[in-house]
Each structure stands twice: as C-alpha cells, then as structure tokens.
Design a protein around this ligand. Structure first.
Ligand code: GAR
Length: 217
C-alpha cells in the first residue's frame, strides 16, 4: 500500500476524514504517522485513538524557520512516505522544504482558490457578499496558497451565516469529502503535477481543479 504522512496544527477534522477512509478502504493507502507543531493539538489524540504514531515537533524549540523546516524534513524522511498531507498546518513553509517534496506535498485551503489566499477566508467571503464559498486541495509550491489546484468544491453562503456557520458548512460538506478523494488520487498516481498543470488520468484539469459537486443533505 502507498503511504501518507499527515502534518497538522489543530483539531484535525480533516485528518479524521482521512483516517476513516483509510480504515474503510476508500483511500487505498496507510497513514505512517501524524506530526503536529502544536503539542496539545486535538488531532494528535485522533491519531493515537486510531493507533497511528503521533509526534510533536514544536516550532518554539527552533530559532529560525529554516532550522525548523530542516528538522521537519528529517523527521518526515525517516518515514519515507509517498505523500505528505498538510491538514490544517498553520505555518508558512520555506521554499527549500516545499521544493524537496514538490509533486508529493498537498494542502487544503478554505476558499475557492485563487480567491482569498492567506487567512480569515470565511470572514473575507462574507464581507465581499459572495454567494458561494468553499475549499480547494492543491499541490504546494513556494507561492503561499498559490500551487495548482487538484479539486475544489463550493457551498452556498446563507443570509444569516456567521464566520463559524460558514466555516463549519465548508468543512463538513466540502473539505471532509474532497481531501480523501485528492489523497487517494495522488497515492494511486491518478493525479500528477506536470509543468503544464495538474492532470487527472492523463487529462489536464481546469486551472481551478476538478469541480466537486456537494451532495445535498
Ligand atoms: C481547515 O478548515 C483547513 O482548510 C484550514 O484549517 C482548517 C483545519 O481544520 N487550513 C488553512 O487555513 C491553511 N491555510 P482541521 O484541523 O479540523 O482539519
């Protein structure tokens, strides 16, 4: 089976979706370990509950971003994963780190990229009066939140939405579905990063990735 290493900073609901789908066989792959830069991240408990090795690499123990990223790369390489999955990892990575894993490093971002790179995406979508909002899984490149999309999905913004209700809907209806799909596609080499863009089964995807249609509840 191809292998995954997941890197987190927080609650790990996306990690949970990936754990569940590895366990039920929808993702054809195994999680080797979960690494968090935050020692008390809830996601570490999710990993332990699933009998997955849960490791902390605290960024506060390192004096520069370069040193931290080098230690992170050393730890990742000790597992030799096929795919490195950023699931709510809230640190900017150095170009050296990103280039080392180019084509096998993916991230999920809570917006319809290329809209709203960076933080506070839900608030920005609400303030702009957008009628829809969503999430995108993309290959990581040195440009922050600027790597080529693999898959993206949208939900409607409702009139009485708060940041919290909107973020929750995007996570529940989009993120937890598209991330396992993207992980499986990457692990089984259906998706590739090429110099022309991202291909799925050899066909070039549109620049915003495969468009996922959320199933109505
Ligand atoms: C997710 O909504 C993910 O899109 C976002 O953090 C959340 C993590 O939730 N990622 C980013 O904002 C990356 N810039 P989780 O820990 O419950 O999976």
């Amino acid at each position: 089976m191809p292998t995954i290493l997941v890197i987190i900073s927080g609650s790990g609901t996306n990690l949970q979706a990936i754990i569940d789908q590895c366990q039920n066989g929808t993702i054809r792959g195994d999680i080797l370990a979960v690494i968090s830069n935050v020692p008390d991240a809830k996601g570490l408990d999710r990993a332990r509950r699933a009998n997955i090795e849960a490791l902390t690499l605290d960024h506060r123990d390192y004096s520069s971003r370069e040193e931290y990223d080098q230690a992170l790369a050393n730890l990742i390489d000790s597992f030799q994963p096929d795919l490195v999955v950023l699931a709510g990892f809230m640190r900017i990575l150095t170009p050296g780190f990103v280039n080392r894993y180019l084509g096998r490093l993916i991230n999920i971002h809570p917006s319809l990229l290329p809209k709203y790179q960076g933080l506070h995406t839900d608030q920005r979508a609400l303030e702009a009066g957008d009628s829809e909002h969503g999430a995108t899984v993309h290959f990581v490149t040195p440009e922050l939140d600027g790597g080529p999309p693999i898959i993206q999905g949208a939900v409607p913004v409702l009139p009485d939405d708060s940041e919290e209700t909107l973020a929750n809907r995007v996570q529940r209806e989009i993120e937890h579905h598209i991330y396992p799909i993207a992980v499986d596609w990457c692990l089984n080499q259906r998706v590739q990063l090429t110099d022309k863009g991202v291909t799925l089964d050899g066909e070039l995807l549109p620049s915003s990735g495969f468009q996922y249609n959320a199933k109505p509840n």
